[in-house]
Design a protein around this ligand. Structure first.
Ligand SMILES: [Zn+2]
Length: 137
């Protein structure tokens, strides 16, 4: 079902542009503190751990696990699949970096808590929306 969801797209700004466009180069870019190494997401140029403003986007592995999820069963608007997965994925680099996303390329009923996933990107206009899919064994 990848590519089939109608998506309202975010307005890009200085803080979030890297997150939404890194997929053009196949990179998931997450803001990271240059002083203490803490990842900050959603992207802001301020570290809540050490109050540094030396925070900039850096590529991460794109690996993570399903922290929590729900399955949508209702076709709220025309064109919306009847079943799709809304999830928070915890990134491998830092477990409290939770990325809201869709889990795709699998049966929604096959998604489980803690399931290993990896990022892929869906181009929508000039944005590359990060999605996640199961890691193949
Ligand atoms: Zn910091």
């Amino acid at each position: 079902m990848s590519g089939s969801l109608p998506r309202p797209l975010p307005a890009l700004d200085r803080d979030n542009a890297a997150y939404w466009t890194g997929g053009e180069k196949g990179e998931l870019l997450i803001c990271r503190c240059g002083d203490c190494g803490y990842y900050v997401h959603p992207p802001v140029r301020f570290c809540p751990e050490c109050e540094s403003r030396d925070v900039a986007p850096q590529p991460v592995s794109g690996l993570g696990s399903v922290y929590t999820f729900t399955i949508n069963y209702k076709q709220w608007v025309p064109g919306l699949p009847e079943r799709y997965v809304l999830a928070l994925v915890a990134l491998a680099e830092q477990e409290d970096v939770l990325v809201p996303c869709n889990v795709v390329n699998c049966d929604p009923d096959a998604v489980t808590f803690g399931m290993p996933v990896k990022v892929l990107f869906e181009q929508c206009e000039d944005l590359w929306v990060p999605l996640f899919e199961p890691v193949e064994d």
